[in-house]
Design a protein around this ligand. Structure first.
Ligand code: TUI
Length: 317
């Protein structure tokens, strides 16, 4: 039997990739996911070059397995991050929140595999043309920066449009979600919210508890007016932001002022009232804190069972 193409491509055991959560995905979480057989990622978003290098060195000390770096393209440190990734011999990056065209050549010249997170068919086709080795088709159920197409609609359309492996993201947190993604043609899944609640995740406990307590309708997208829609758990901050966003007398600069530093406030300081608790719509399904190993093995085992025992699911007569 042929091996899973994403496992083959990345040299990993299970087709499970961790989301590149800014201020949350550090060396400890990335190493834990990679040690459990998935692909762990360090978020470069919140680190300058030297801070990122430190995190990479730390991850190298915690795992012998392959791990990657998530390059958030709107980051103020993006240029430094790309250089550090190339210098440190990182084997794989994911890119998000923009078009990675500017950095593809440099990354490829350093032998880095580039997986682009996309929210549209157009960008998926474009990055395939630039040599991306896979795409993450991320639906708007995701936490953080989102597009506007759901995972259910986006994944099969991207699958039909490109010849590279498609990794599904957005709204996936258990074996059922993984099996569904595979039925849509995905060859792997990326999960953020589920790993945010992992035992090895260093996010502030207040944030983790809020995600574990969340119900199905507890997230909201704000920031559409400024062109940076972000999904987060509803709280005093999102209520204030939504109100001001609808008020034409409030300027984009004022809105930006509220958003700036808000993820750090929640993830590091634990201010879950006035900070931004970015999180996906699937939070309502995530009820327990588990190790990365428990998460990955359980999800793959359950997905395998569902995918191999699906004959009588559609009994029409
Ligand atoms: O990047 C993400 N999710 C993120 S980044 C982030 S950090 C942040 N911090 C403060 C404020 C805002 C964000 C939190 N969550 N996911 C990947 C992703 N990329 N989702 C959607 C896209 C995307 C959307 C439009 C990629 C490209 C795109 O169009 C680019 C173009 O130029 O066509």
């Amino acid at each position: 039997m042929e091996k899973n193409p994403v496992c083959e491509l990345l040299g990993i055991e299970y087709p499970v990739i961790q989301g590149g959560m800014a201020w949350i995905a550090d060396a400890k979480l990335a190493a834990a996911v990679s040690n459990a057989g998935g692909l762990g990622l360090i978020a470069a978003m919140n680190s300058n070059g030297e801070q990122l290098r430190e995190q990479i060195k730390k991850a190298k000390s915690l795992t012998n397995k392959v791990f990657g770096v998530n390059l958030m393209l709107m980051s103020p440190y993006i240029e430094e991050a790309v250089d550090v990734v190339c210098q440190e011999g990182i084997q794989v990056v994911t890119t998000g929140a923009g078009n990675p065209a500017k950095y593809m050549e440099k990354l490829h010249a350093a032998g880095v595999k580039v997986i682009c997170v996309v929210a549209s068919v157009a960008l998926a086709k474009m990055v395939e043309g630039m040599g991306a080795c896979a795409v993450v088709a991320e639906g708007c159920e995701s936490g953080g920066h989102v597009g506007d197409t759901t995972t259910m609609a986006l994944v099969p359309q991207v699958v039909d449009a490109v010849n590279i492996p498609v990794i599904a993201a957005g709204g996936i947190a258990d074996g059922r979600g993984m099996a569904a993604a595979f039925m849509l043609g995905a060859k792997a899944v990326q999960m953020g919210t589920r790993f945010l609640t992992a035992k090895e995740c260093n996010v502030h406990p207040n944030y983790k508890e809020k995600v574990l307590a969340a119900k199905d309708r507890d997230t909201i997208v704000t920031g559409k007016r400024a062109g940076h829609p972000v999904r987060a758990l509803k709280n005093a901050m999102t209520r204030d932001f939504s109100k001001k966003e609808m008020d034409p007398n409030v300027t984009l600069e004022e809105l930006e002022g509220i958003a700036t530093g808000s993820l750090r406030r929640a993830a590091i300081e634990g201010d879950v009232k006035n900070g931004s608790c970015m999180c996906g719509q699937i939070a309502g399904l995530v009820k327990t804190e588990n190790t990365c190993e428990e998460i990955i093995t359980e999800i793959c085992k359950d997905a395998w069972t569902l995918l191999t025992q699906s004959e009588d699911k559609l009994r029409l007569s």
